[in-house]
Design a protein around this ligand. Sequence first.
Ligand code: GLN
Length: 675
Amino acid sequence: MLAPVMGRVTRSVLRRVRPGGGTTLPGWVAVKLDPKFVERTAARFALRVVITGTNGKTSTMTLLRHLLERDGCVVVANEEGANLHQGVAAALLEGPGDALVMEVDEAAFPRLAPALAPHLVIVTGLFRDQLDRFGEVRTTRGHLERAIASLPEARLLLNGDDPLVASLAVEGRSLAFRAALPPMDVPSDIPACPVCGGDLVYDERYYAHLGRYRCEACGFTNPATPYEATFGVDGLTMDGRTYPPLPPYLHPYSATAALAAARALGVEPALEAWPNAVGGRGEVRTILERRVSLALVKNPASMSWNLAQERADAHAFFINDGAADGVDVSWLWDARYPPLLGRVAVGGTRALEFLIRMRYLEPRAEATAFPTLQGALMHAVRGAPAGGSVLVLSTYTNLKQAYQLLDRPPAEASSAGTALPAQSPAVPPSRGRGGNGRPARIAWLYPDQMGTYGDGGNLEVLRRRLAWRGRAAEVVRVDVGDTWPRDVDAVVMGGGEDLAQGLIMSDLRRHAGEIGALLDDGAAALVVCGGYQLLGESFEVDGRPVEGLGLLPVTTGRGTSRLVGRMLVESPFVDGLLVGFENHGGHTRLHGGTALGRVVQGHGNALEGAAGEGVVHAHAIGTYLHGPVLARNPWLADLVLGWIAERLGWEALDPLDDAIERQALERFVTASRTR
Ligand code: GLN
């Protein structure tokens, strides 16, 4: 009895001293006094539902709670979105009730789900998310799969349009939901069929890897389901019943999942209106006669989707890199940004990095970074016409402050911002240009499979930095089955999951001769993480060695730990520091060439005694600095471009204005040293 009493006492004290606070501490107290508090308390509910997945948990939970309450149920839920052990324990202090509806973090699920002993588990969708925490999206799926096996009593309600989720089905106890959505261009987060590694083909692709799919090898396909939502002007229709049109913030899959869950629980869902907002998402306020709305962004899927829902006159991006946001924000480079963003204002700990992202958009966005969120918000508001609209896109740890700002906007924001150079970069095209006048041709290898860590930005950086100097570049994709393109001057490949590396290797081998000849001939190459490993002598997939192309003097084995986090590298090739992130299970040894640099912080190659990172071999660079490494380190981009210029007989390339990148690098170094 003591645990719940003390938990409740803590809660009421906290609420008095800190209104709106106290979402987890009361739970900590309860669990401290009774380690079995969650199990014991959850068992008192006649119905227990757990919701997990990377995106859409909070919306689905809130909607389902609403639908069950409409049906007369007393529901206890973790409304504040506190979805780790203590947060769930704190929410349980709200009882008693008839039904428990809890969202649970994907990594906490294996421990928490058995404690909650759910009757129904809903999996909303799995996207690349917090990769610095999970490594690969397949790892996240693996956590769920193992945990589901330990819940023999639970029925599953799975997003059937998401192959990663649908493949979690267990014979005899799985249901699925699906939705027919208009197609949207968002990169897929899986390289192949999650069941057998075969080719997934899509009849319809809604966005990312969601759609109507079928594996050519094993036949794995969307499950049959009674819960199908269709969307029209009247709203969402399921099973002959039409619900109101969704507000822009509410994802169709969240609405579909909640309606399907209610039905699966035997409730005929009734609803006259969707909630206006959920946990800050979808909040709308009027500031200085502009309509300002708030959205949560966390990965390419959510950023691209939110930007496509509302056409706003101006945008404010609040980008943080706290642990709950994901420390590595490379994903910002893989989101899709509409061409007309209007005025863009940026705040948060990674404001400068986002400003650099905007620099490389085409057409370039008019963006300014601010030291405070207030400054950014008011700049965006003033950039929209009176009567116009502003969309605020915030990462998780900024959401609360964003919400408070919307409620109580600052009277006047005086902070000065850092703007992109007015005509970025204001450098006239090279004078005497010299050499071969044809565009530089850059082969981009397997973007679909080898682009998991935000590496795609590197191509934009190379192309645009040439364009700004009056030189054209063509990026030529090389996908599985393609013939090798003509006249290649540079080869670029990004990082990928172990599975993806294994899958493309045999196709890549067909091009070994061409790539080898190019490197011998002085062509440039930038190969990152997985790509770096593939060009070496060998690497490992699932404990088995796989022969690489043998073009770089490196060998990759496996260490005991995955190497994840910020990396600082002192490099003679750029006369200074290179910064970025690494996220790899492979440990690499150099037996030739020169290391790209010396690791100051982080791991790099890891197997080379002298704390080396990457390799430079002729004009090829291999590195574990992933994501848009060239955007963060434009001096490295210019090294590669210099080699291309040399190959084409061009005159030396003019310098560009990279003051913002220098500032961002300093911030990155300070942040790395203080964490
Ligand atoms: N799959 C490889 C590894 O884990 C490469 C990872 C990456 O590209 N970031 O080592």
